[in-house]
Ligand binder design. Structure first.
Ligand SMILES: *Cc1c(COP(=O)(O)O)cnc(C)c1O
Length: 230
């Protein structure tokens, strides 16, 4: 099989697994957006996914996102920034990525806001929450989430759409409590802030079916589509 054929066939398998998990959970398969994570894969792989109708693509590194977006114009791609974002890299991402999943501090939010306003846009963002309270992980602490949302909600260049998490690496079933925790936080914050916060970005290759059962609306799947990263 050529790479392109293999990517198309894996995409079909992943979409079927998403639909099955949705049905098990009594959810509409269409309520879950698949993000194909093309980080560290050649541009040709992202192009193959686009050609197979997979328009949502995720990248972890700001310059790589910018470069791939520039290399694949006019194919309808919707880019998602899913990696840790430093303030000095915000300029590569705002207005190029349709979504930034990894907003986790007021300083970062202010820089995104500033760059978005300069372009006359509102940048769609999710707040990343460190649900496992891991010291080495990015994401805002659960205890700081309410305060951060309150401060971000008033920034006119940011369109805050929901929450994102990367649970500690565990067996798929062991990630379930962390996904539940993110859902719980979303329910709390919707009630408190009055924002819709409809999007929950959670689930990767190993555990996206568990995440869907728990309410994920965006799954970020790399290896299961593109194979091991080079
Ligand atoms: C790399 C990455 C993914 C995809 O991981 P796979 O295990 O390859 O599916 C998803 N989310 C984030 C934040 C990542 O860094």
């Amino acid at each position: 099989m050529t790479d392109a054929v293999q990517i198309a066939s894996r995409l079909t398998q992943v979409r079927e697994a998403i639909a099955e998990a949705a049905r098990r959970a009594g959810r509409e398969p269409d309520s879950i957006r698949l993000i194909a994570v093309s980080k560290l894969q050649p541009v040709a792989c992202a192009a193959a996914a686009l050609a197979a109708g997979q328009l949502d693509l995720g990248e972890n590194y700001a310059q790589e996102l910018r470069d791939k977006a520039a290399a694949l114009p006019g194919m309808g791609a919707r880019w998602h920034m899913i990696g840790a974002l430093q303030r000095n890299k915000v300029k590569y991402v705002v207005g190029v990525a349709e979504w930034v999943h990894t907003l986790d501090s007021l300083g970062l939010a202010e820089e995104i806001n500033r760059r978005a306003l300069a372009q006359g846009i509102r940048q769609r963002c999710l707040v990343q929450v460190n649900v496992g309270a891991e010291t080495q992980k990015n994401g805002c602490a659960a205890s700081e989430l309410a305060g951060l949302i309150e401060q971000v909600a008033v920034l006119p260049g940011i369109d805050l759409q929901g929450l994102m998490c990367i649970p500690p690496a565990e067996e798929p079933e062991a990630t379930r409590p962390f996904f539940r925790r993110l859902v719980e936080l979303a329910v709390q914050e919707r009630a408190r802030s009055g924002l819709a916060l409809a999007e929950l970005s959670m689930g990767m290759s190993a555990d996206f079916t568990v995440a869907i059962e728990e309410g994920s609306t965006m799954v970020r799947v790399g290896t299961a589509i593109f194979g091991a990263r080079v």
